[in-house]
Design a protein around this ligand. Structure first.
Ligand code: SF4
Length: 296
């Protein structure tokens, strides 16, 4: 499905002028435009051999173009160029311009929330994947993993492009945690905002916080789908793992109060950065690591 903000227009521009400046025909005042009637002969850009030509000016070009209605600056893209992948497919849901206007479609997570949008698939080690048309996909961390990693200090993309198991290393409390999608895909890009604002990204894990965009080959799709779980299974798994985290916290700190438990019994956001490194690594290994996913 194409982005609702992708629009089409007919534009015209002058081939002879020093700067090419397309003007949407719907926005132009034809009566005031000298290119369309005899006045074009007075224009300094007109070649001498066209001075006797009938209007409109022979230098005037027309084209069908596309543009983004949500972008702050309008840039016309010729229709003859292939449709921009992002704008012409479901990938538009992860565009910053689209999200700025329609953030309500996938709002930031509230505290105490393990949501899982129904239109996504999930892995058993807490990734989501949006399977789109023509093998395109976006993927990222689910709400559980986002909560564990919430206080992240740094994020480093380990697999920026090419065929690989998509992986990101998050640094929390000075300790590195590598989160890895459990299947190979052809990675086209990693989210460029991740390095700059990793915390904000984890507050919107299902939209602005996507981690990778890629392509899944036809032969690979069936096998991948068999390994994925639905949104309701993912919610159940997040709740189970939240209970498992609480039990581990109780066993790690049996003598006193557990320092990393929020009101309501749910573990604190950014828990991995609040524990001792060996405790945090053990907890991550049991819930968010690829090995944890394989055990289920
Ligand atoms: S740039 Fe973004 S908001 Fe604009 S048309 Fe493309 S996908 Fe939609």
């Amino acid at each position: 499905m194409q982005c609702p903000f992708l629009k089409e227009a007919r534009v015209r521009w002058c081939r002879a002028a020093g700067i090419r400046k397309p003007i949407a025909e719907s926005q132009s005042d034809d009566a005031a435009c000298r290119c369309l009637d005899e006045r074009f002969r007075d224009c300094r850009w007109v070649s001498p051999e066209f001075h006797e030509a009938p209007p409109p000016c022979p230098h005037l070009e027309h084209a069908l173009v596309q543009y983004c209605e949500a972008a702050p600056l309008t840039r016309f893209v010729p229709f003859s160029e292939p449709l921009l992948t992002r704008c012409g497919t479901d990938a538009h849901k992860y565009c910053d311009f689209y999200l700025d206007l329609l953030r309500a479609a996938r709002p930031p997570l509230k505290d105490q929330e393990f949501s899982a949008p129904e239109d996504l698939f999930y892995t058993r080690n807490h990734w989501w994947i949006d399977l789109q048309e023509q093998g395109l996909c976006h993927l990222g961390a689910d709400a559980f993993l986002a909560r564990l990693l919430g206080g992240v200090e740094r994020a480093g993309i380990l697999t920026p492009r090419g065929t690989a198991f998509p992986a990101v290393v998050f640094t929390c409390g000075g300790t590195d945690f590598t989160v890895t999608f459990p299947a190979q895909i052809r990675i086209e890009a990693a989210n460029p905002h991740l390095r700059i604002e990793p915390r904000r990204m984890l507050r919107e894990p299902y939209s602005a916080g996507w981690l990778f965009r890629g392509i899944i080959g036809e032969g690979q799709m069936r096998e991948l789908k068999e390994s994925l779980i639905t949104a309701s299974e993912a919610r159940r798994l997040m709740e189970e793992d939240a209970r498992r985290v609480n039990e581990m916290l109780q066993s790690l700190r049996p003598a006193g109060a557990v320092p990393a438990m929020a009101d309501g019994g749910l573990f604190e956001e950014g828990l991995l950065g609040l524990l001792e490194p060996h405790e945090a690594l053990r907890l991550f290994h049991e819930t968010g690591s690829p090995a944890a996913g394989q055990r289920r």
